[in-house]
Structures are given as C-alpha cells and as structure tokens.
Design a protein. Sequence first.
Length: 228
Amino acid sequence: MNKTKEIIKSDGSLKQKIKELIKQVIDEITTSSAAGSGEGSAGVPRVPTWVSKKKNGRADLGTVLGYTLAKPVNEAADPNAQPPQQGGEQGQQDPNLYDAKLDLSDFESRVSQSTLQNKSSFQNKILSKIGNKQVQLRASKGYGQPEKDYIVNVSGVSIDFYYEKYVIIVKGREQGKQKESEYFIKAPYQIKILGNAVVTPSVKKKQQQAPAAPVAPVVPTNAATKGV
C-alpha cells in the first residue's frame, strides 16, 4: 500500500512539472512573438527559459527533467572567431610561446640577398679601378700560401669567403708569363697602378696572327697531253 502511494505521489509531481513546463513554453512563444513584431526589432526567436535559464524565479525544469544545452542557440557568432584546431593538444598554440624559426629563416634570406648585392657592388668597384691595368700588389698564390710582392696584368677580380673571412682575389698574369694565376691580396690591401696591362710579344703576336689563306691544290699535268 505504501508503494502505491509513493507511485501516485511521484506521478502527481511529474504531472505538475509537465504543466509548469507547458506554461513556460506558452509564455516564451508569446514573448518571442512580441519581441519580433515591433518596429526595428531583430525578430530573433529567444531560447526557451526552461532550456537555458530561469525566469520569474521559476525552476529550470529543462535541467530538472534531464535536458541540458552546451551553448544558447541564439548567441551571435563572432565573425573573427578562429575555427577549432584538430589534433588535440598538439594542434594548440601556446600564446606565451614565441617560435622564432620562421623569422630567423626570413632574416637569413634577407642577409644573404643583401650580401650578394654588396659583394657584387664591391667587386665591380675594384674592377673599375684596376681592370686591364698593370698593378703591383702584396699577395699570395693561394689562401695560406707564402706572400710576396707581384706585378700583375689584371684580367679580373673576385670576392670569396675563406675561413670566416672575405678575401680579395685578383686574376691575371705576371710580366713575361703566359699562364694566369689567382693572387690573394694581403694587408695593408694597397694596390699600386703602374699603367695599362702589358701584352707580351708572344701573346701579342699570337693575337695578331691571322689564319693562313687556304691554298688551292696543284693539279699535276702530263707532258704528253700538254697543250692539247
């Protein structure tokens, strides 16, 4: 008998909650219609009170009945909001962590481009001063080789990087020699211009020598048929 009374009592409590729930729904429909019918009204339907909040001190019956909502459906979306990242914690970025890898790569690229431009400009400047000139300079024939004074007929200049240091290299040949060499300029990096580059007689003769004209082949004649 006691069990029957408890069931009837529980059933009466459920009926009361359903009646209250229906009343809240009707109130929300009436309020939402009024909010959307006025001039200048946004007319956005409201979230029923029984789902997400309380009204007039009434209990949140939606929660009581086991219904929950993670986020109100009428909450305006943020146009600047970022989409959720996939991959869990690995895809999330720590706002207090600065990754300088990309900026470092960009910096190194800019330095490399600037270095090439400055190197080319410096190389052209030296060449404009001593190109096709005979000069006297302090140098070595190779990095780390013994150094001495040379008189060189300059044909070219390059700037190269050796062992954490830039080196001026003059290309040309010494007086009386035919083979060109590379001369690594040494401190105090002073180059004395003696005049225009001198071409040795053998080189000059080789440059001025024109190819021989082709000689027509001589056709042998037979004495017996000569004059026929």
